[in-house]
Design a protein around this ligand. Structure first.
Ligand code: PLP
Length: 403
């Protein structure tokens, strides 16, 4: 098992490449929850996520001969960039295998951090297979993304920073993918302050840690489906499972809608870009996925901010839908001049702002003398949506809510 002294030893090494990230009190989330919420902003870490910490510590523990031979890993996400930069900063050669479909932005970022990127395989498993071949062929060291004690110890330095910047911490909330991040943080917290709670959070569509804890052993789930790609993992590791089992007080799950709402809130209220995996701790807090007391000092670890712009666009729309600020409806009008005008009068009355309108006289779904209209609207919240829909219906419009 990892110990506090492993994490303390990791600290000066990790400082060579990584930042001590800010921990900031949030007035907004404190007011929303009644707790005393302090955000650990690992989104401001170099490369945009915590992964550089673990990679740095793993690489620092290599022998001179191993450093000479270089490292290899497989990843389409934050681990790729973390290993690339950690290796480059200490003059170690790195090769990162990414699946062929990997987004070009991630490939470029990883190359920019100094790694040689090898595109191979249709998915992560195939890329990992190729990375293990390279490990054998070139005698490189494979840097595991989570199931390695030196990696966990590096991630655990986040726990030390939390204890230092917020000694009164009562609960730390951490995302779980493979479990390396929470293993390190939980070891640091529990060995220093055993009565502080550590809560793990997974996406509903990738809840392998919750399943493993229930069964008492590592469980590989059949598939994963979540917007939080950083934690879309089919199982925790053998080593990380032992730490989660021993130190983590509770593992909870959140839905993609809850994650989207948290991302949008963080953008709008905190001016902070957070990826899905990084937003799950706040999503869990805001959806009351775990119980907490009034004024409890809670630290959600916002572990990363590398969200793809297309994903972010979808998430924003989803977040707007969840908060009643985007509405898409369909209705049927008589096909006569002025019918659309009459409808739009009700829109004006409610100050429902139109994003887009599609008026289709040829739709096969309506009668020959009718026309179908689909409208996308900017709204001001659920109450606004309800009053608006009620009014439309009372005026005789049949309205389907599409989104
Ligand atoms: C942003 C982010 N948060 C959380 C995690 C989960 O970390 P772990 O796999 O160590 O549980 C990852 C993993 O890639 C990540 O990229």
């Amino acid at each position: 098992m990892l110990t506090l002294s492993d994490i303390l030893e990791a600290r000066p090494r990790v400082r060579e490449t990584s930042r001590h990230t800010p921990l900031e009190h949030s007035h907004t989330y404190s007011a929303m929850t009644g707790a005393d919420v302090r955000l650990k902003l690992e989104t401001f870490q170099r490369t945009g996520a915590f992964k550089i910490r673990g990679a740095t510590n793993r690489i620092a523990t290599l022998s001179e001969a191993e450093k000479e031979a270089g490292v290899v890993t497989a990843s389409a996400g934050n681990h790729a960039q973390g290993v690339a930069l950690a290796a480059t900063r200490v003059g170690v050669d790195s090769k990162i295998v990414m699946p062929e479909y990997a987004p070009i932005s991630k490939v470029k970022a990883t190359r920019n951090y100094g790694a040689e990127v090898v595109l191979s395989g249709a998915d992560y498993a195939e890329a990992a297979e190729r990375a293990h071949e390279i490990e054998r062929e070139e005698n490189r060291t494979y840097v595991h993304a989570f199931d390695d004690e030196a990696v966990m110890a590096g991630q655990g330095t986040i726990g030390l920073e939390i204890l230092e910047d917020c000694p009164e911490v009562e609960t730390v909330v951490v995302p779980i993918g493979g479990g390396g991040l929470i293993s390190g943080i939980a070891t640091a917290i529990k060995e220093t302050k055993p009565d502080a709670r550590v809560i793990g959070v997974q996406a509903e569509g990738a809840s392998s840690a919750a399943a493993a804890l229930e069964k008492g052993e590592v469980v590989t789930i059949d598939g994963v489906d979540t917007v939080a790609d950083g934690i879309a993992t089919r199982s925790v590791g053998e080593r990380t499972f032992e730490h989660v089992d021993r130190y983590v007080d509770e593992v909870v799950t959140v839905s993609d809608s809850e994650i989207a709402t948290a991302i949008v809130l963080l953008l709008e209220r905190s001016k902070t870009v957070v990826e899905g995996a990084g937003a799950v701790p706040l999503a869990a807090l805001l959806s009351d996925a775990f119980a907490y007391d009034e004024d409890e000092t809670i630290v959600p670890v916002l572990s990363g901010g590398n969200i793809d712009l297309n994903t972010l666009t979808n998430v924003i729309v989803r977040g707007l839908v969840e908060t009643g600020r985007y509405l898409k409806i369909r209705t049927v009008l008589e096909d006569r001049p002025g019918a659309l005008d009459d409808l739009l009068d009700t829109f004006s009355k409610h100050r429902a702002n139109i994003y887009a309108i599609h008026h289709d006289r040829t739709s096969r779904d309506v009668g020959m003398s009718d026309t179908e209209v689909e409208i996308e609207l900017e709204m001001r919240g659920h109450d606004h949506v309800e009053a608006f829909l009620a009014d439309l219906r009372s005026e005789g419009y049949e309205v389907d809510v599409l989104v």
